[in-house]
Design a protein around this ligand. Structure first.
Ligand code: ADP
Length: 429
């Protein structure tokens, strides 16, 4: 039985192995109806404590059927909100919220945050910093390729509806562009079941990368934290580190806060959490790569922002999602950091069948480490890029300051090693 006074929120496609948002729901006094991910078998007797019900839906295969089931569930027993941390589900969640009269960002805004063509166009219209870009849409790529040939090279080719760097590839010359576009389309066919996926080709942004966590509510945007994300150069863009707060000169930090705040307005995101990725061109000028209308990193962004600021990002986001008000006091600019937090993304460092993963047990025992999220195990096969398999593990830790986090990551680079069998076996998958 659920308590009638407690709000209920439908949480779409959150992995139960990632604890942060489930724990936040308990702190916020919110019951969760979990729409399980199709690729996760969620045992009904081992649900996270905040989950009061499982509601299997297939928004990817049968969108209108999924909306219908939600409507029926809402009519029978109303819930107060719907949310997701999974980027491809953001438009579905916005549509469901609109349909049921629940708080949300609306379908059109969700489209701008999810479709990289629309996002680039909206940021350009608002006069924000945007690399020159062209669309490559539809079955005939020739007009797009011709227009893209006029950009300054190198360029980056990416699926308009991509996520997790899927297919994102650098092309160094106009001559190489045709093959890179064909390759990205092959990845889209295999991973997104979309052989004619719309692509964006944009100029390569030279400079270090940062992630910014924010919360929008009541007409204002509170930027919470800025974290360093390394400086991946491609041709494929594997994630490597996330360390916050980033050490930045005041003027650059202020420019990031201004650009991110203005991007919320340009995209119309005035409600709920966002996760922004950007590059500092020339080390100083912020250019958005993307802004997701959700908590980033399946909840890792909550871990980082909450340790850096002391503000409970996930609990605040859930309160907003059920129509409540956040409980923190907003400040102008960035809140003063109270500590540092970090995520080390263990690099594959090769490909083939994994025979051993060294060092993770010692890392688990380190008092600074709160979570080791392991995704790949001995026996799993890592395919070479561009057919990327995934990351072996995240090491999520907290520190007194960013310098200590940086030292810790240098240690992890030496401490963690993956062994592979020499060759990929025939038919391995
Ligand atoms: P996704 O949503 O699939 O993660 P992004 O647009 O965020 O796609 O790109 C993934 C990564 O590729 C970025 O984090 C960045 O490192 C790199 N990247 C993407 N676009 C550019 C660009 N124009 N210049 C430089 N690097 C880029």
């Amino acid at each position: 039985m659920t308590d009638a006074a407690r709000p209920t929120l439908v949480l779409v496609f959150q992995r139960t192995t990632l604890p942060w948002v489930f724990e936040a729901a308990e702190r916020a006094g919110i019951d969760l109806v979990l729409v399980p991910r199709p690729d996760e078998d969620v045992p009904a007797d081992r649900l996270p404590p905040a989950v009061v019900e499982l509601l299997p839906l297939d928004p990817e295969g049968d969108r209108s059927g999924a909306l219908d089931l939600l409507r029926k569930r809402h009519e029978a027993r109303p819930f107060q909100g719907i949310a997701t941390l999974y980027d491809p589900a953001v438009p579905f969640v916005a549509e469901a919220a609109e349909l049921l009269g629940l708080p949300g960002i609306g379908r059109d805004t969700a489209l701008g945050a999810q479709d990289k063509r629309v996002m680039r166009e909206r940021l350009t219209s608002a006069g924000l910093h945007v690399p020159r870009f062209v669309r490559v849409d539809g079955p005939d790529t020739e007009p797009g390729l011709a227009a893209a040939g006029e950009l300054d090279f190198p360029v980056v080719v990416k699926p308009a509806h991509g996520y997790s760097s899927l297919g994102v590839t650098r092309a160094d010359t106009p001559a190489a562009l045709r093959e890179v576009v064909a390759e990205v389309r092959r990845v889209c066919a295999a991973k997104l079941a979309d052989p004619e996926a719309a692509l964006v080709v944009e100029e390569y942004l030279d400079g270090p990368e940062f992630a910014v966590e924010s919360l929008a509510y009541g007409g204002r945007v509170q930027v919470l934290s800025i974290g360093y994300k390394g400086e991946p150069e491609g041709p494929y863009f594997e994630e490597s580190v996330y360390r916050a707060p980033a050490a930045l000169p005041d003027a650059v930090r202020d420019a990031v806060v201004r650009e991110v705040t203005a991007a919320h307005a340009a995209l119309g995101i005035s409600h709920g959490p966002t996760h922004t990725e950007l590059r500092l061109r020339g080390g100083v000028k912020p250019y958005l790569l993307e802004m997701g209308a959700r908590i980033g990193g399946s909840g890792v962004s909550h871990y980082v922002a909450s340790h850096v600021t002391g503000i409970d990002l996930a609990a605040e986001a859930l309160r907003i999602a059920v129509g409540g008000a956040p409980s923190f006091t907003a400040v102008d600019g960035l809140p003063a950091p109270v500590a540092a937090a970090a995520n080390y993304i263990v690099p594959c460092g090769g490909h083939g069948r994994i025979t051993a993963l060294h060092g993770l047990d010692e890392v688990r025992a380190d008092p600074r480490v709160d979570h080791v999220v392991q995704m790949l195990f001995p026996g799993d096969v890592v395919r070479p890029y561009p057919d990327f398999t995934g990351y072996p593990a995240f090491v999520i830790s907290r520190h007194a300051d960013t310098a200590e986090a940086e030292e810790f990551h240098a240690h992890l680079e030496r401490a963690i090693r993956i062994d592979y069998a020499d060759t990929l076996e025939e038919g391995a998958s």
